[in-house]
Ligand binder design. Structure first.
Ligand code: 6R9
Length: 656
């Protein structure tokens, strides 16, 4: 091996094939079906995507060429024209779906709303006209800073309808983080709400917008559109701020969808690098529409009777692709929930499943671990029999959490789709197809048809089975990011140059380590920035953490390397316990021993630190680089604006 790779030490052997009954009713029913699609796409990607684009979407004008690949610039459906809001709304109006529920919304305080396709279309058109009335034109950028209410999706679709580029900023971000993102995108208009509900409290939003725009900090913004949600008193600047409910009264519901070029920008979504300013990931119209549509349909085996619920926030790519665009483009019913599980009702998610008869439930490992900690009695006391598919995204899922999810939430009958993808990829890259793929706990299984994924060393050579390496994509796909907004060079450097092109082959690498097993299944091992180097062995975080989580006392674990003169690095594990266990010297010893027995002496943590909570991003990913600083006794460095709860760091600093 010419270049350092990553060692794999965990070997999960359990396998869960779909039941014959499930497969029989599924869109894609067997591995033979999958393989046929995969092979067809690999042999002729343009034919494959071109056929799907023709069959699955409506175009105002057909493309001249499916793909123009000038690495790292890909253009898809060149010369084609369409509008994603038309594909998500208008085209369903001429069918029976006109009066089907498009969006079912449940507010945290218990209020709710259902919008049919016709109703959603009407409100989107009205908001689009209001946005236009502020002078926003095709190509202008609109910032969206909203709670999880229907108007968040309405605002996105309204922008798309008139060709304005949306940039959604998660409603939990601070005024500074909001300012930085709006400024980077040169937003002209901001759409927000007075506030929203989260964890039994009102989260004020408009005051944050005021702060972000203070002292004319972003000269490009000249209007703010405010949705009334909480009714709390806020300051309205008469020259700049406008109430949506007032303007809606007189807004026309007639707003034709603008014909957009396939490659016209659809949105910018910022993703935080560990250092430097956030990257504005740019997605365009045609390829994104097609890819999110097809992945949503096949991976969730969408049927017209489904009630589909993705628990993400629209502020993340998961919310963009799989709450709004993917499901609506398919004419599905998508559920949107305003809140999060909270002390006053740890079972609130299961209430929503029961109330609406949710059939497909898609969430993140961090939430699953929190459900485990809260206890089985919450899901057990609700009727979850409507569920037929479960999904997970955001981090590698520890096998024990997977098995719990399968047993307790899925009643051992629901296939679990573990979807590996990124803001940058726009849609699923590695994922099971639920009627076809036998799943293995902790593996995102196989590439979606059309995705040429591989695990390679730093020179681009494929590594052997079960050897860890760098997860790459070797062929462009329709929803790949097109650039970092305003910084093409950063795009090229960040994703296309880590593994230099070889013999005309370009490698997209976005930072994850992985291994492929003897069945060709991919196991994502975590970010390569987090790899720990012990006595010359390079170890991924996921495997050691999964060994810890497989101990009955542990709910969640994060491991980091700490500089060590002898070994290069030693392993420090931050561990949170099930409620019935208390920290002790004996338990720390037992956990170290458990890791040694499970995966070997090389992974033995030198130090165990017990903690109630781990520092996470607001989308629930563990921020190991902060833990690395703590373990080394250093000051916290780098960007912390995406941190969910600052007090976690203070507690970790004070304790341990
Ligand atoms: C969709 C989303 C992307 C990073 C990605 C990887 C991690 C996401 C995962 C997963 C293992 C999965 N990740 N899904 N790791 N298994 N199923 O999360 O986008 O916020 O951009 O994060 O998340 O490390 O590189 P984003």
């Amino acid at each position: 091996m010419s270049q350092p790779t990553i060692e794999s030490i965990l070997h999960e052997k359990r396998s869960f094939p779909p039941s014959p009954e499930f497969s029989a009713q599924a869109r894609i029913k067997s591995m033979e079906d999958y393989q046929a699609l995969y092979d067809a796409a690999a042999a002729d990607p343009e034919g494959f995507w071109g056929d799907l684009a023709e069959k699955e979407l409506e175009w105002f004008q057909k493309w001249d060429k499916v793909l123009d690949w000038n690495p790292p610039t890909a253009k898809w459906f060149v010369g084609g024209q369409l509008n994603i809001s038309h594909n998500c709304l208008d085209r369903h109006l001429g069918t029976w779906r006109k009066n089907k529920a498009a969006l079912i919304w449940e507010g945290e305080p218990g209020d709710s709303r259902t919008l049919t396709y016709a109703q959603l279309h009407r409100e989107v058109c009205q908001m689009a006209n209001v946005i236009k009335s502020f002078g926003v034109q095709k190509g202008d950028v609109v910032g969206i800073y909203m709670p999880m209410i229907p108007e968040a999706a309405i605002a996105m679709l309204a922008c798309a309808r008139i060709g304005a580029v949306h940039t959604v900023v998660f409603g939990g971000f601070s005024a500074e983080a909001l300012r930085e993102r709006l400024k980077d995108a040169s937003a002209k208009l901001v759409i927000t709400a007075d506030g929203g509900y989260r964890k039994d409290a009102v989260v004020p939003l408009k005051p944050q917008v005021d702060k972000a725009l203070d002292d004319n900090a972003i000269p490009s913004v000249d209007n703010v559109l405010v949705v009334q949600r909480t009714g709390d008193e806020i300051t309205m600047d008469s020259g700049r701020d406008h109430w949506w409910h007032e303007l809606q009264k007189t807004a026309s519901a007639d707003c034709p969808a603008e014909a957009m070029d396939s490659e016209d920008m659809l949105f910018i979504l910022h993703t935080s690098g560990s250092t430097g300013k956030p990257k504005g990931v740019v997605h365009t119209t045609g390829g994104y529409n097609l890819y999110t549509h097809v992945t949503c349909q096949w991976t969730f085996d969408l049927q017209d009777t489904d009630v589909y619920w993705c628990t993400a926030d629209v502020g993340w790519i998961t919310g963009h692709s799989y709450i709004v665009y993917g499901p609506l483009s398919n004419g599905a019913t998508t559920v949107m929930y305003e809140g999060v599980p909270r002390p006053s009702n740890p079972g609130c998610f299961w209430d929503v499943v029961e109330k609406y008869g949710v059939t497909i439930f898609y969430t993140a490992p961090t939430a699953i671990r929190a459900f485990m900690k809260a206890g089985e009695r919450h899901p057990k006391s609700r009727n979850l029999s409507s569920l037929r598919i479960l999904g997970t995204v955001g981090e590698p899922i520890n096998p024990e959490a997977w098995v719990w999810y399968h047993r307790v939430i899925g009643g051992e009958r629901c296939p679990i789709v573990d979807t590996w993808w990124q803001t940058e990829t726009g849609g699923f890259m590695l994922t099971p197809l639920p009627g076809a793929t036998a799943t293995k706990p902790g593996s995102a299984t196989r590439p979606f048809p059309g995705i040429l994924a591989d695990v390679v060393d730093l020179e681009g050579n494929p590594v052997e089975a079960n050897q860890g390496g760098y997860l790459v994509i070797k062929h462009p796909w329709p929803s790949m990011m097109r650039t970092v907004y305003g910084d093409f060079d950063r795009f090229r450097r960040s994703y296309w140059e880590n593994i230099p092109p070889k013999d005309g082959q370009h490698f997209y690498f976005a930072g994850d380590g992985a291994r492929k097993d003897e069945d060709g299944y991919f196991w994502v091992m975590g970010r390569v920035d987090d790899v720990i180097s012990v006595s010359g062995h390079r170890l991924g975080t996921m495997e050691i953490e999964s060994a810890l989580v497989s101990h009955p006392a542990v709910t969640e674990a994060a491991v980091v390397g700490k500089p060590d003169e002898l070994r290069g690095e030693s392993i420090v594990a931050f561990v949170s316990l099930e409620s019935e266990h208390d920290p002790s010297e004996e338990l720390a010893k037992a956990l170290k021993q458990h890791v040694v027995e499970d995966i070997g002496a090389i992974a033995r943590p030198q130090e165990i630190r017990f903690t109630d909570d781990l520092p996470k991003t607001r989308s629930g990913k563990i921020m190991r680089r902060l833990l690395r600083n703590l373990a080394a006794g250093e000051e916290i460095s780098g960007d912390t604006s995406t941190l969910q709860d600052r007090s976690v760091l203070d507690k970790l600093r004070g304790g341990a």
